[in-house]
Design a protein around this ligand. Structure first.
Ligand SMILES: Nc1ncnc2c1ncn2[C@@H]1O[C@H](COP(=O)(O)OP(=O)(O)O)[C@@H](O)[C@H]1O
Ligand SMILES: [Mg+2]
Length: 318
């Protein structure tokens, strides 16, 4: 079936129940009946990601994720799509009914904007939580999706690099404050700032997985080398091992020679880490962002929506 539309069988397996249970619930009026679409002479019945969310919330169905996860979108280079892709990735997961917290770690507040919020509206940030010991709950805001919460960022977060420097156990501050709330979420998605600083080190040491968007050009390829060397140093120094590193190509353009050549080079040299999914170049993504909307609201049939949906499915195996 088309992306974003689920057959009754797919719907059932996403919810972790059998098809028979779905039919029973439909009959008993516990859930909405599947929508219908006609293709040629055949009528198909389907559900959507929003139906999955509503059902999980209404019927209090536990998610089938085997393990709660914290995932950081990281690349020390700017402009690779960390903010835009992470916003849409988290939004999609929330549409699927997973309870999601999105954390903006960049004082520029790009993730905050991508999620439709104005960074300047918030008087407190993670700075107040980490440095002034304000409870983390007080900087969490709700979104229009019941399953999506956000910790926004703005310039108030920028002095954190300096303030962290003089603290004891300064590398583990973020990890510690997240422990207060992490049991309330299935997945915490963090968007990193584009530098190698103490806040990013805190972020890396807080998470299970890294998601690394790379552009299909040769500068980005060099950037990956620096990233992996840095990660190796961090793992040695802090005796810490990440569960997974997922590299994915972003702004991919098949008609460009440079795109296909760097794709091949990355696949060859980072074979253990590269996702099959590539996010194609698609201006609809910037259009949606400019309006503070997710691609799944703005253009659910666009290439960007299809690709990001695929990335979600590949990484979380759903
Ligand atoms: N697949 C894509 N197609 C088109 N534009 C994209 C794509 N991915 C990202 N962009 C655009 O690239 C710019 C940089 O993305 P951003 O997420 O801000 O990068 P980062 O957070 O890594 O600095 C933004 O203007 C964004 O809209
Ligand atoms: Mg960014």
């Amino acid at each position: 079936m088309k992306d974003g539309m689920y057959t009754i069988g797919e719907f059932a397996s996403l919810l972790g129940v059998s098809k028979a249970v779905i039919y029973k619930w439909e009959k008993e009026g516990k859930i909405n009946k599947a929508k219908r679409v006609k293709r040629g002479k055949t009528m198909y019945r389907y559900y959507t990601a929003e139906d999955i969310r509503d059902l999980r919330v209404d019927m209090n169905i536990q998610t089938p994720l085997t393990k709660r996860r914290k995932q950081l979108f990281l690349n020390f280079k700017g402009g690779t799509g960390k903010s835009v892709i992470s916003a849409n990735y988290g939004y999609r997961l929330a549409q699927h009914g997973f309870k999601i917290l999105m954390v903006d770690l960049d004082p520029q507040g790009h993730l905050t904007k991508c999620l439709g919020c104005n960074p300047e509206d918030f008087s407190k940030t993670l700075y107040d939580v980490i440095i002034n010991k304000v409870p983390i709950q007080s900087v969490i805001i709700s979104s229009k999706l019941t399953t999506l919460d956000i910790i926004p960022a703005n310039l108030g977060l920028s002095p954190i690099e300096l303030s962290l420097t003089s603290l004891h156990a300064r590398e583990f501050k973020l990890k510690r404050v997240l422990t207060d709330i992490e049991d309330s979420y299935d997945i915490i998605v963090l968007d990193a700032p584009p530098n190698i600083g103490l806040l990013n080190l805190n972020a890396i040491l807080s998470v299970n997985d890294l998601l690394v968007p790379v552009l299909a050009d040769f500068l980005s390829y060099d950037g990956l080398k620096i990233l992996f060397e840095t990660l190796r140093d961090i793992e040695d120094e802090f005796e810490y091992v990440l569960d997974n590193i997922y590299i994915f190509l972003n702004r991919y353009n098949e008609s460009m020679n440079i795109s296909t050549r760097s794709r091949d080079a990355i696949r060859k040299n980072y074979a253990d880490f590269v996702c099959d999914t590539m996010i194609r170049q698609n201006t609809t993504l910037s259009d949606a962002t400019a309006l503070g909307m997710s691609i799944f609201e703005y253009a659910p049939n666009s290439r960007a929506a299809i690709d990001i949906n695929k990335l979600v499915n590949e990484i979380l195996d759903i």
